[in-house]
Design a binder for this molecule. Sequence first.
Ligand code: MSP
Length: 533
Amino acid sequence: MSHIDISRNTFTITTPLYYVNDLPHIGSAYTTMAADAVARFERLRGKSVLLITGTDEHGQKIQRTAQSNGVEPQVHCDQIAAGFEELWQKLNIQYDRFSRTTASRHASIVKEFFSRVWDKGDIYLGQQKGWYCVSCEEFKEERDLLAEHRCPIHPNKEAEWRDEQNYFFALSKYQSQLEALYQERPNFIQPESRRNEVLSFVRQGLQDFSISRVNVDWGFPVPVDPNHTIYVWFDALLGYVTALLDPDQEPTLENALRKWWPINLHLIGKDILRFHAVYWPAMLMSAEIPVSEHVFGHGFLTKDGQKMGKSLGNTLNPVELVNRYGADAIRYYFLKEIEFGKDGDFNETRFIDIVNADLANDLGNLLNRTLKMVQKYCHSRVPEVKDEEEEEILVDNPLKAIGWELSERVARSYEALAFGEACREIFTLIRAGNKFIDDQAPWSLYKQGNLPAVGKVLYTVLESVRLAAYLLSPIIPSISTEIYRQLGFSIDFNEKTLIKDSATYSTHAAWGTLPAHQSLGEPKPVFARLEQA
Ligand code: MSP
């Protein structure tokens, strides 16, 4: 299930380019938090990472939204795109590129790509008849629609009948090449359930799809026929390519593909799987560009067990959530609690219970009480553990036994995008730390005058918290930074220029890194308990 190619030192990861019909919703925040966690983990262990996010700004949906708001489409797009960037700042997303499909450099890339596919003979003029869901920006098969031609994803909207001349992309030509791709690269589409979905869709036989629109101005003109506008999805997928350009590079395909291609991982929601796992690889094959390495389709979020939607009045506003609870709590809940790939639910009571139990009680309190003991018994410095005691610790210390190979297990979990599993592995150490300190009762050892034993116990607990904080830093970067600070380090996990190389990773991901005598910070809670509303 790994998405890592160890032969490359670069790692390119994308979120979808979000529609700007509205401000970001929790679904867009979810994918972006996951992508950020993966990107941070890969950076931590020394990869050169490019995290791409951005906005998909063309097409009828956006054109109509701007119209109904009474503003020019570009003005509307600028406002909403700024809202996305603002949320990503609040959520501590360390993105490298924010790709906007209305950028002029993107126009050049789309034009060049279109001509490659045109020259290949894969584009032709035809008649498009069918039901179009403007919200999905997708033609739907009649059999997939609900009563009154309503789209199952947007049941409050009727699909619209279209009968018009469009340019088509010859997808059917790529049927066998696509089937070969899925065979040869069994983990191209993850998780397995999504792969099966795609396989059965492709097995039904692929149909060419239209890549131009008439009566939609908001988009790029078709280079060979300016009466047509390029279909928003054809343009949007290429936004990933434009994003690879350095800011001052001339916008050519050759430049864009030089350093960061092929993209290692596209993270998407399950509703846009076909576009990424079928249309996109076929488009790339047509243009003779190597296909991206992996596509991972995550599940959908519900609130209190119900589908979210504006008409249902139960949407979750990510800006409000993060203002109320802070970025780390939100990041932690969604990544730890929801199995990535499956649908998952947000319930406020459960959310508060979980972050209080894990972050405030288990992790925060353990650090706090241990630091206070170190203050009292060891003059606020990391106790020294002698070499022979080190040996002993290895044999009879349950924390070292867990911590010893923890980073390897956690790395496997991050690689598999199993964020929940990564957290559970790490919290095994933290829970063992709480038990250990209760069992060993350093306060009694101190009363007995057994100072070496006090030092040993406190060292192992502090080291456990340190290792946990390091490995959790892709998920809760601010809490990890605060833990590191109280442990006497000056490492800010939110600092992009922080030195991240494989040597630093090997040191910090290993057991026993906390230096003896390091002077410790003032103990204070790293995560304030949240109150139930
Ligand atoms: N613009 C296209 C993507 C083009 S990529 C070249 C698009 N945008 S979107 O804004 O509508 O959707 C973005 C993402 O949000 C999708 O991955 C979608 O799956 C996700 N989600 C929308 N609602 C969601 C939930 N309720 N839960 C989780 N993710 C959801 O599609």
